[in-house]
Write a protein that binds this ligand. Sequence first.
Ligand code: HEC
Length: 113
Amino acid sequence: MDVMCDRTFVLPAMLWLLTCGGSAGCAASTSTDGAGLERGAAIFDAQCALCHGRDGRLGLSGAKDLTGSTLDRDQVVGVIMNGRGAMMAYGKVLTPEEVQAVADHVLALRAVR
Ligand code: HEC
C-alpha cells in the first residue's frame, strides 16, 4: 500500500508543473516565497538555460553571464519583458507572475557564485 502512496503524490505534482506552463488561471503565488523560486528555476531551465546555462554562465550567442550581472531587479524584469539584442522578449510568452518568478531566480543565481 505504501508504494501506491508515493505514486499518487508524484503524479499530480508533475501534472501541475505541466499544466502550469502558460495558463493565466494558474497559481496565485506572487514571487519571493519558496514556491515562487522553485517555479522560477523551472521556467529558467526551460526557457533561458539554452543560452544562459542552468547556472547562468554559459553565455551562448552573446548572452550575458548572469552571475556577473549588475542590473537591479526592475532592469532584469525589463530585459525579460522586452528582450535585448539577440534575446527575445518574454513579455507575451510568460505571465506576469512567471516573469517575477524567473527574475527572482536570475537574482538568486548571483548568490551561488
Ligand atoms: C536566444 C538566447 C537567449 C535566451 C533564450 C535568453 N537570453 Fe537572456 N540574453 C541573451 C543575450 C544575447 C543577452 C545580451 C543582450 C545584449 O545586451 O545584447 C541576454 C541578456 C540577458 C540579461 C541582461 C544581463 C545584463 O547584465 O545585462 C538578463 C537579465 C537575461 N538575459 C535574462 C534572461 C532570462 C530570464 C531568460 C529566460 C526567460 C533569457 N534571458 C533567455 C540571450 C538569451
